[in-house]
Every structure is written in C-alpha cells, then in structure tokens.
Write a protein that binds this ligand. Sequence first.
Ligand SMILES: O=C(O)CCC(=O)C1=CC=C[C@@H](O)[C@@H]1C(=O)O
Ligand SMILES: [Mg+2]
Length: 370
Amino acid sequence: MRIDRIILRHVSMDLIHPFKTSFGTMRNKPFILVEAVDRDGISGWAESVAFPEPSYNEETLKTNWHLMEQFLIPLLQQSAIGHPNEISARWRHIRGNYMAKSALESACWDLYSKLNGLTLTEAIGGNKRELDVGVSIGIQASLTELLEKIESNLAKGYKRIKIKIMPGWDIDIVEAVRLRFPQIALMVDANSAYSLGDIDRLKKLDEYGLTMIEQPFAYNDMVDHSVLQKQIATPVCLDESIHSSEDARKAIELGSCRIINIKIGRVGGIAESIRLHDVCHKAGIPVWCGGMLESGIGRAHNIAISTLPNFMFPGDTAASSNYWSEDIIEPEVTIQDGVIRVPERPGIGFEPVIRRIRDRTLYEQVFQFN
Ligand SMILES: O=C(O)CCC(=O)C1=CC=C[C@@H](O)[C@@H]1C(=O)O
Ligand SMILES: [Mg+2]
C-alpha cells in the first residue's frame, strides 16, 4: 500500500437517545474519523472510539489527535506498508494509546482489503455470513422506561439484552426485568461501579440466569475479578481490563473471567484483536464484540471482526437507527430478526457518505505522505 495522505476529521454526531452508564451520560458522540487515501484515490476508513473525557479509559479524542499527529502518522510516513499486520510493530515502542493506534491501523486494513479485492471479513479470516445481534440499553430514568425499552428492542428482534447496573440500580432492577422477561438472553455491564466490598451484593445476581456480568470491578483489575469469579456461577466478562492478547492470557491464567468482550479500539487494532481472539479460542474462552457507540464506519469494522469463529455471543453492534437519525454510511447497518448480514462488498462493505460527513465535521487536517 502506498498511502498518499491521511485525513483526520473531528466529527460530531447527536445520539437520538442519551446513553447513561455508571460513569456518565452521553448525548452527543464526537470522534476522530480517519481516511487513508492511496495514490490512486482509493480510501480506507476507520474511527477512533475514544470519548471526549477519559471516562472509559485514559484516552480522549484530543490525546488521540496528538498521538496520531506527533508520533503515529510520522511512523506510517517512513515507508510503504506491505500488509496491515506489519503496522503494530512500527509503533510497539509507543506505550498504550490503543484507540489512536487502532483507528489508523484499521483504516489501513480497509484500504488493504479494497486494494486486494477482498471484503474486510475475508482479509481478517472470518467465516460467517450473518451475525446474531444484541443491544445495550443505558440506565433509564425509571424501571418502567427500562422495561418499555427492552420490550421495544425485543420486538425489533435483538437476540440479547444488555443493561447497565450500578449501586442503587442493580438487584431490584435485574429481578424486575427477569420477572417480566423470564426467557430472554440477559446480561449486565457495571463499568467498574463495584469493589470487593460489594461481593455479597453481586453474588445475588447468580439467581437471575444472566449470560454474564461485565466488568464489575476496577477498569484495570484482574485479581479482584478472579476472587469474584471463584464465588459466583455466572460468568464474569472482562471489557476495560483487557488491552491485549497478553492481558487475556494473564486473565485466563488467573481465572478472572470466563468471557471476554473484544473492542478493536480498546486493544490497539484488528491484528491484536485477531491475536486476542486466538488466545481465547485456544483456552476455550468465548468472546463477543462490544460497542463504543460507533458511527456506521466503526460499526462496519465490528461486524467484520465478529465473523471470526470464537465470537460466540451476540455483540453490541446494534443497527444504525438505534443511535443516529441518519448514519454517515450507505447502506446503514440494519438488522432482520436480530441478524446482521455480513456485507460482501470490498473493504468494510459500507460506503461513507461524504456530504453527511462534511455536515458533521468540525475540523479536519490532511497529512501528506511523500
Ligand atoms: O451500543 C454500544 O455501542 C455499546 C454501548 C456500551 O455498552 C458501552 C459503550 C461505551 C462504554 C460503556 O459504557 C459500554 C461498554 O462498556 O460496553
Ligand atoms: Mg463494557
């Protein structure tokens, strides 16, 4: 691949519904959109999933822009890239900043796929043509509103319901949801809202047949999660704690979890996501694809990674209409009976709509390659 230029755009999209978790409420999603253009004008696309505040991890939109501009793009400018698998080695001396690395590397995967007439799924080595899909529902103003949201999402066909919990919005809520919907695939995500002192409270969740309890403890913990996992039957799923395939190996070794949520951005890109998937597959630990309220472009990457064989649970890759009045891709991501059909067009398989992107771009910068 001979990249001619990389364009970074600061894009902002309004969510159609506020999304509340244990660490805050989002009403708007600002993010960095990456376009990698080759010398023949073919573009590869991806987005950074870093939030404007360091609430999910320590990265933000601004730290990402700084890392891309000052360190990561200059390393890509040094020489032509053969295969996107080579990219992570170029910046292995740069610590962390996984979401910044992932956005650039993933755009190169899309470009590489298009230049070689492959779908991103084929380039990654995926083997599925359709995916079961779940939906993640934020903390609501009341239990009534939560039950209504679950009802409406089940009616749309979603195969799994994920609800957020935090102290004061947990056991009673899960009990009421399970009472109303005794058979549904139900999971909870605590986003690190609890600590070991809450272990007796969390043990009560074992009574509700949850598919998993996601990230109950600190965003950088494995040890306390292993204490909890030994005391509950419900699988613990790690999200924020896992930044690499090495983290996954250690978490599995410690018995910290029985399931891992893979987010391409959180682990530094597609190549590392594949390595993480393979470590878990070998250890018999199933994975699924989490979401970060992405636009259709990030959603397209999530669809492709979810086609790998050890992605065993419905992911958070809900339809575009669950987030946006209008997405920035065509066609939009849609579901039929809770299933997404994997696109068979080259690359990410969805076309970015330049006019809509322009209408939502607050600032852009072009980085010319020699
Ligand atoms: O619909 C989606 O994109 C998933 C949303 C979601 O559950 C999350 C997004 C971002 C951070 C967290 O709040 C949470 C998660 O941890 O999975
Ligand atoms: Mg999570």
